[in-house]
Structures are given as structure tokens and as C-alpha cells.
Design a protein around this ligand. Structure first.
Ligand code: GRF
Length: 199
């Protein structure tokens, strides 16, 4: 089972996936990192792990569809089964969303449908909720609107700072994301509209 990870930043989730694959608990091979920030720390993580990179800059293309067509061809060549978004900061177009319908997942640092979009942790913090968490979902055409695959709860305690909350959220992500990728790799995910079941 072959996956490609799309990321733009730190890549802590990417690193967790690398570590899980090295431990043999991912059930999948990471065959490509796609990154629109050639200087981002995530690229160094790929290099260290010997993972190929497709690097590009948004400003080198006039339309999103143009670089996505190049990416789609690269994924096709490498026989990628699943796209795993992990902090990929560009909007997607139908070129990739349609080609990988049911085969593209994202992780979001809130319990969707609460706090979609940017800075979900800051949004939850400012709102003052007592419970938040992380969501892994299929990607559709909208912003964090696709069918939910799995969620993990994180409680906001009185003594927490926003930094402590960020750390708890990150830990929950690192726990959940390799697990969900493994479910896909093992063919355990059933998709029936918005209803997703794990066998
Ligand atoms: C994570 O919080 C993820 O939920 C969000 O972007 C962040 C990426 O963090 N979509 P990292 O680059 O994996 O450390």
C-alpha cells in the first residue's frame, strides 16, 4: 500500500508516519512528500528518511490546476493509493479532489464541525470550550467538510495554557493519524456517503 504525504510546515505528523512505517505498524510505504515550501522543516525530515520529494512554489504557477496536474501525474507514476494531508496549506482543486475521491484524508486540530479553517486551536481556546480534539476526515471540495473517519477528544483543563493545549492536540494527532492510515492500508474502511465504518 503506497501513500503520498502533502505538507507545508513542521512536519511533526509526517515524522510520526515515518516512525510508524519504520516500526512496521503503518502497513504502508511513504513513497512521496509533496511540499509547496522548499525551505520547510518537513523537507529535511523527508531527506533524512530517504523519501522522494515533489517540491514546488505556488508563485511559479498562475493556476492551482497547473501544479496539481503535475502532482497527479507524479502520483499516478508512483502508484499512490492514498493521499495523506498533514498541514498542507494550499487549497485543493477538483483536479486532485476528484481523482482521489475517497482516497484522500486530512487531519484537523478540532472536533469538526466546530472550528473549521485556520487556527482551529486558537479558535477553540478563544471560544472557551472545555472539550476539543482532533478529526481525521475524507477530503471533499469544501473547507474541512468531508465525511468524518475518526475523532479523538482532548480536554481543556483549568491549568492549561494555549501552549499546553497545542501540545495535547499534537499528541492526539500523532496517536490517531498512523492508526487511520493503517486502517486504509488494511482495507478496513467502508464509505457509504457520510457514514464511514471500520471493519
Ligand atoms: C496539524 O495541527 C494538523 O492538524 C494541521 O496542520 C498541523 C500540521 O502540523 N492540519 P505538523 O506540520 O504535522 O507538525
Amino acid at each position: 500500500y503506497r501513500i503520498a504525504v502533502f505538507a507545508s510546515g513542521q512536519g511533526s505528523n509526517f515524522q510520526t508516519l515515518i516512525d510508524a512505517s519504520h516500526k512496521g505498524i503503518l502497513g504502508a510505504e511513504i513513497v512521496l512528500l509533496v511540499c509547496n515550501k522548499p525551505e520547510a522543516p518537513v523537507v529535511e525530515r523527508a531527506r533524512r528518511a530517504g523519501i522522494d520529494c515533489f517540491l514546488f512554489e505556488r508563485k511559479a504557477y498562475s493556476r492551482r490546476e497547473d501544479y496539481e496536474a503535475e502532482i497527479a501525474a507524479e502520483l499516478e507514476r508512483r502508484g499512490v493509493d492514498l493521499i495523506v494531508l498533514a498541514g498542507y496549506m494550499l487549497l485543493l482543486t477538483p483536479v486532485l479532489v476528484d481523482a482521489y475521491q475517497g482516497r484522500m484524508i486530512n487531519i484537523h486540530p478540532s472536533l469538526l464541525p466546530s472550528f473549521p479553517g485556520k487556527d482551529a486551536i486558537g479558535q477553540a481556546w478563544s471560544y472557551g470550550v472545555k472539550v476539543t480534539g482532533v478529526t481525521v476526515h475524507l477530503v471533499d471540495g469544501g473547507m474541512d467538510t468531508g465525511p468524518v473517519i475518526a475523532q479523538k477528544i482532548v480536554e481543556i483543563e483549568q491549568a492549561d495554557t494555549i501552549e499546553a493545549l497545542e501540545e495535547k492536540i499534537r499528541a492526539a494527532e500523532h496517536d490517531l493519524y498512523p492508526q487511520v492510515v493503517n486502517w486504509f492500508a488494511e482495507g478496513r474502511i467502508r464509505i457509504d456517503g457520510r457514514k464511514i465504518t471500520i471493519s
